[in-house]
Design a protein around this ligand. Sequence first.
Ligand code: UFG
Length: 347
Amino acid sequence: MNNKKILVTGGLGFIGSHTVVALINKGFKVIIIDNLSNCHTEVLNGIQKITGETPEFHEIDLREKKKVKQFFEKNDDLLGIIHFAASKSVGESIKKPLMYYENNLCGLLNILSFQSSSNLIFSSSCTVYGEADKLPISENAPIKKAESPYGNTKQIGEEIIRDFCRVENDFKAIALRYFNPIGAHSSAEIGELPLGTPQNLIPYITQTAIGQREYLSVFGNDYFTVDGTPVRDYIHVMDLAEAHVAALNHLIEGKEETNYEVFNLGTGRGNSVLQVIRSFEKATGQQLFYKVENRREGDITAAYANVEKANKKLGWQAVRSLEESLKSAWEWQKRCVKHKKYRLYFL
Ligand code: UFG
């Protein structure tokens, strides 16, 4: 195949940048669109150091209809689109609902309206399942009422794409429902850059271990789980990135059963917060200070994926261990405090 041009929106973000690396590793030519709202252009250098290539980069906000239209007019030979660009903080979305609906949904609408490729991968989340009735969670588990505007944008995003695929028979899309992505590329050249105080467990752990936070708050130990703390399916971000390449190839090779499909992406294994803490200590040799506090509002007891569908149909499975993921997050954290451009993120 000569044309291997893939557009990655949000390609400088956490999952986006790792997916760009996975795409380049497989010989794709990547074009990135990002509005730089939650990332740094330095990430391009990280990608270059890992792959030897600097992807073409366009600073575009996908809400700007005209610019999106112009971009697709100029790039009318794309083989696929992977759409990550979106705001992703649950807490922030509760405070700024309109911003979340506008950013996450208008961007998607503009892409669907003007796209110049009929293969789309959409970044969705296991948040659509809420507190599932059955574990592990499979793709046909019922969708629960969203707990936050962020979660709602993922549900509505999926519905918009599904409805679009119903009428556009030549258009094909896959929604990937991520469980909990963690870790960083093994080179420590790219990773997660949380703005301000991290909301997610792993960046909070690494920032505590490096001495930037006094201690980790464990939000509740009275859940009905193995040790009372909530259980999640933590997946290495490079495993997740490689799943995007597999999903894209699935569409390119015409292996889809219908023109809109949904896949869970996880490891299939659940770990509690205390298990993650112990695993981190073992993987890094760092002792972590933590205190058990009250439950965090909106948290569910347990979520881990049934990944049979992705294993069978995409020919993909997560291969990296929890310890490897945590070790890579720690290497990235150490790298960041030394890195001139990234240090600012960790004040
Ligand atoms: N936790 C702590 N202390 C912290 C941070 C988190 O104990 O400082 C616990 C949480 O209570 C939870 C677990 O660690 O039990 C994981 O929390 P994260 O915030 O890392 O992840 P969540 O599972 O809450 O949220 C993730 C994504 C969301 C997505 C959601 C879907 O971050 O974007 O999964 O369920 F919506």
